[in-house]
Design a protein around this ligand. Sequence first.
Ligand SMILES: [Fe+2]
Length: 277
Amino acid sequence: MDTPLDSRASTIRVRYETSPLNMSRYGYAVGILRYVIMLGEGEFDIRVRDDGVEVWVTQMGNYMNMNTAWINRSTGTVAITDPFDSKRWVSALKKEGLRPTHLLYTHTHRDHVEGYSEMIKLIPEIEVWGHSDANLSGLLAYAVFKKVNFTDEWINAPNTTIEWSVGGINLSVTHSPGHAPGHVTIHGHGVYHAGDLLFTAHSGRVDLPGSDPAAQWDSVLYARDLLRNLPKNWRLIPGHRYDWIDGTTPDWVSIEDALEYNYSLNSPVLNSLNGSD
Ligand SMILES: [Fe+2]
């Protein structure tokens, strides 16, 4: 159960979600109303959960990169995915008496590791996590990837999920290559942070150096099964805030709506891969 946090800083937006409206399968008239409010650049949405973990979500940068953080105040643990503007993150957390402790990288495309260098300057002791397949070298890779020195690595096979638990934060990390080598999704405490595997209405591009379209479909298929087993009201946080099915650009959608309307999650390609339904 998420509870919006009362405003503690000017960068925090308190958000209220209305009860789900009844959308027809291809309807786009009334159901969109619950997604029209959008975060401003660098604005933080904060939810305090019954399990004591806070989830902060923001969007930053020209490509509307979405960042998620899981915070346990009692242990001082602050784990952030792909922070875009590290100064902004550190400043907002400092107002709350908090400090980043862990970086969790979904992949190492330049826009997702934009904040890495600054974060290391500000928090030299921070733990930096990513998948062992995510760091590429070579001239071709240089165009789209940026070197990150992981202090710790996940080493699981494609389309397997492992648990990551630190300081009362319990997350599941799924290796989901295709958009980029070593891409992972991270879920727990009410959110599924999809990185660039899935956006609200689509899946990530596969025309970049290191991309693998076949692997991407396998990852989308695995994600669909995973999402079907998560609570329907959890939020799917995309790596970028792109268009939803009605042309609006919500910060996130519910897992229920992603499963119902995301074009890739409903693609016939998945049925052929699955050999059923
Ligand atoms: Fe990417």
